[in-house]
Design a protein around this ligand. Sequence first.
Ligand code: FAD
Length: 482
Amino acid sequence: MTGLVDAAPHHDCEVLVVGSGAGGATTAALLAEAGIDVLVIEEGPWIEQGSVVPFSLEQMDRQYRSGGLTVALGRPSIAYTEGRCAGGGTEINSGLYRRPVEATLERWRRTHGVVDFSDEEFYAACDEIEAALSVGRVPGRHSPAGDRLRRGAAALGWQHEEIPRWMTYPTSTDAVAGRRESMTRTFLPRAFAAGARMLCEHRVDRLIHDGDRAFRAELTRPDGTPATVDFRDVILCAGAIQTPALLQRSGHRGLVGRSLAVHPTVKLAARFDDDVNVPDHVPVHQVNEFAPDLSFGGSASHPGLVALALTDHWDLMRGAVTDWRRMAVYYAAITSEGRGRVTALPGLRDPVVTYRLTRRDRALLGKGLARLALVMLEAGAEAVFPSFRGAPVVRTRSDLADLTGRFAAGTASVMTVHLCSTVPMGSDRSRAAADSHGRIHDTANVYVNDASLLPDAPGVNPQGSVMAVAMRNARRFVEERA
Ligand SMILES: Cc1cc2nc3c(=O)[nH]c(=O)nc-3n(C[C@H](O)[C@H](O)[C@H](O)COP(=O)(O)OP(=O)(O)OC[C@H]3O[C@@H](n4cnc5c(N)ncnc54)[C@H](O)[C@@H]3O)c2cc1C
């Protein structure tokens, strides 16, 4: 890929962008197109879309951080995953696109004093992103697992909708063979066409400062040897866990890393009487009857992920895994009142992450799982296997009371793929670690432009919000610094 440059002990650039995911690729493209000399540094490898089976164990090994085994400690601990490859999370995610509602933007203005943040500008950025990523509906038939969810919600009279995705399809009837319009296919080639350069498999370890100004980044090269980059400005887009960790390693503490927000989810596996499983596909329907507090959707259901959903009571359910073709995994996601922390510790490569669910969060997870099980029964599931230790197998409505009675959040397999808000933006310095356009308070040239900036979890799939904020801030940066 033109634009990728070779390892060298030293590099120079005008603007260093750290990370090439939703925030970093968008930032790099807009700055390069404005004539700025941009160097993107990405810790993971460049892997072409389509060369790895989506949601497979191989993908986890090659494109996820730590093979997908990362956890926020708490009661219960919450498993989370991050992309670690060119394009970041956009390469491995489900591609489900949602705009945040106006009330969310208003809340961000109110709680964190985000200024110069109009709905008009934000939604105009969403329009641009939707065009650039080919966001659209599935052509032809939906996958059977998604169709079951839709059917169950319809039977209950609950609101549900198809969520558009950033996908293109080889033919107008083949919904399964779609290709993700991730950053390696959209904003990174755009950045390269405008002259941006990118170094893959290089990790930025820390920034070196002179007073309020950072001027150098220390890196580790693929062979483990050190390298440096000198820059005029630096924009951190390493994601909501790694950006605050890198800031802390560079001496920025204060509010950095103290307000992690996530959408916690609980899961179940449902078994039907015919085949529903398409291993490399995710259902596109969501049930929004109780949104934003609670929403339901379908997860990737690769056989390994079906097995994972059944591990909480393996003795009872190991037989079920052989039926994986008739099974699919679904989730209930909540908006959480809880918060977490990211803390970089000396001597450790990865930060320690913690998250504390509130009493309301824990209760909502249980309620969500029971309602999701009901949807599945209405969709025709012959057996539902909720993911918590000691859960009953649900076969009829009368089993739901047993599920509710036995549920305790502490025994559930809670996970999340939506991480944000660890360096929230805003003019209120008692709550925001960066100003309203992402510059770290009291620094001259250290910026953040990724999911870390969102003042809280948007209550919808976040990539669209991350990119729209990144686009807005990149344009402001160009106005002020080009
Ligand atoms: C499995 C999964 C499914 C998801 N599904 C959806 C979905 O359907 N819809 C949706 O809207 N959102 C989804 N998301 C969330 C979405 O992908 C993220 O919100 C988005 O990618 C965040 O963008 P970002 O720029 O903050 O970070 P990322 O996209 O994670 O990019 C950060 C990049 O920085 C790199 N990096 C980190 N540290 C360093 C360092 N020290 N030096 C150099 N590089 C570094 C990382 O390798 C990574 O490539 C999903 C996420 C996952 C993991």
